[in-house]
Design a protein around this ligand. Sequence first.
Ligand SMILES: [Zn+2]
Ligand SMILES: [Zn+2]
Length: 397
Amino acid sequence: MPACHTDTPLGATTRRAPVLARSIHYRIDPGNRDARMRESAAWRWGPDAEAEGLRSGRADVKAVALLEPRRFEIQDRPVPTPEPGEVLIRVAAVGICGSDLHAYHGNQPFVTYPRVLGHELAGRIAGLGAGVVAFAMGDRVCVDLVINCGKCYPCRIGRPNCCVSIRVMGVHVDGGFAEYVTAPVGRVYKLPDELPDDQAAMVETLTIGCQAVARGEVAAGETVAVIGAGPIGLVAMLAAKARGAKVLVSDLLDRRLELATSLGADAVVNSGRESLGDGVARFTDGEGANVVVEAVGAVAAVEAAIEVVSAAGRVVLLGLGSKPVPIIPTTLIRKELDVRASRMNSRRFPEAIALAAKLTGPLGAMITHRLPLTSAPEAFSMLSASPESACKVVLKP
Ligand SMILES: [Zn+2]
Ligand SMILES: [Zn+2]
């Protein structure tokens, strides 16, 4: 296991160096002087890029690419150029998600290789593409990973996370395991000062919880059972608590359940020692949980979710399971269950940022490792060998 280090959050920059223009000759026909002049005014370096010497000749920046399952390469790449309507971001912190781990093992169904992973990122604006006025150099931001077409049926009904032409940073296009990334302004959100960079990288994680409880229509006073106390299960618990629900969390690992309790779970069940059905019955006076969030993806966990949910309840599927689950229609009909999937997030960043600003204690407690970006290969080895040894791992480019 690599050594862990803790460090002071980078915080908001106070540097405000003069904005300098840069010509991008390689993107333009060299004979087109007018176009070159337009382009040179089109985007600008910010103080972070200046400080790191990018303009004065340091052409390459670090990125960690997953060439194929289990094979990372630390690469030097040209600094990305923000297109019109995009910003350049100096990444300050990027989290490792369970889906990144699936990609590492070759069983993330949506990812293509080679790929720079990383979709849980926070950083500072380091360059502005043409026409960008909503951000200033040095603004602290995080990025919504979902880039959608805006035209298909899911997009038209306000569900961009289900877009049929979806592109996801760190999955279909390169993501945040890098010193610099570009992103469309519409997917970039400013961060409040009270949220440190490493916790800001977890805003995306929190959107998963917000999306899951929205899909489950969790209401104040309802009972919720969350199966799985990894980072995703824990943020689902936090999001359900924020809606005023009573939440039970189950897992096989006592260590994770202790963390769930310290973060505010109302009850925990080690389903290796006690039946989840008994634990939920005790927690709900025999009614069953009104909403069950399944954050494991195992066949037995999905079956348990359908068993322990109350009549007229909702089951929300979050775990990326790939094995068939036998379903008895009569069971669903008898309870008139809604079984709903929840994928990433549907424009939940504003809600998640506001929630994260109130949850800096719990989010900080979930971060067990802070490592340099170039330690990504070792971090993935550690997470593969002993997943119970870590909750959230945050890399610092
Ligand atoms: Zn994720
Ligand atoms: Zn679409």
